[in-house]
Design a protein around this ligand. Sequence first.
Ligand code: SAM
Length: 214
Amino acid sequence: MKLSKRLQTICDLVEENSSIIDVGCDHALIDIYLVLYKHVTAIAADVNQNALAIAKENIRNYQLEHQIQTVLTDGVKGLDITDKTIIICGMGTQTIIDIIKNITTYTMKEMIIQSNHDISRLRKFLAESGFTIVDEVFLKERGKSYIIMKVKVGHTVYHELDYLLGPIIKKKYSEYVREYWLKQKQLLEQIPEHNYDRRMQIASIIEQIEKELL
Ligand SMILES: C[S@@+](CC[C@H](N)C(=O)[O-])C[C@H]1O[C@@H](n2cnc3c(N)ncnc32)[C@H](O)[C@@H]1O
């Protein structure tokens, strides 16, 4: 079974023999791959009935009806998350935040998260909600960039650059840091002189990157 680079990277972050809940499973490709190749037990959940119907058809085609449970629900509502790896990928930051805000007890094993945009805000929300980022992977596919995070329950003190660049990304991907730094420098040139606060903010980010990471 051939997955896209993004979906393959998500699956690579899941441990063998684990129990997953794939929130927003869409066509259940992640679930099918993980059951076939990593021997997980899977709950494929989606809020959209049409998506879930396609998921069910795909699961039937692979004859995995007994290994993958499909559930129509918003986020993980009504599901037992104890010791589960919760996968929340391919959505916007606000949707992901809303899903996590609805989780009342943090009994999950870990979460694998990929937002399509506004990742700094998501990192800040996760840290403030009592999660630690334990892994981050950066990848490019068909001209688009993606960041996939693994988080666990725990407390870590993060600083501005951790939120902006990623606490692990900033150490692992020097090319990404350089591109980000160049973008900030270009941005600074475009901000008018009278917009003093914004200029100071961007200048401070550039200075921090130069001091800590370049
Ligand atoms: C773009 S697809 C992503 C599918 C897959 N997770 C991926 O990474 O490719 C987003 C899916 O999330 C589902 N979704 C959006 N909000 C949701 C929510 N609150 N709870 C469950 N599923 C949701 C949508 O119905 C859709 O099937």
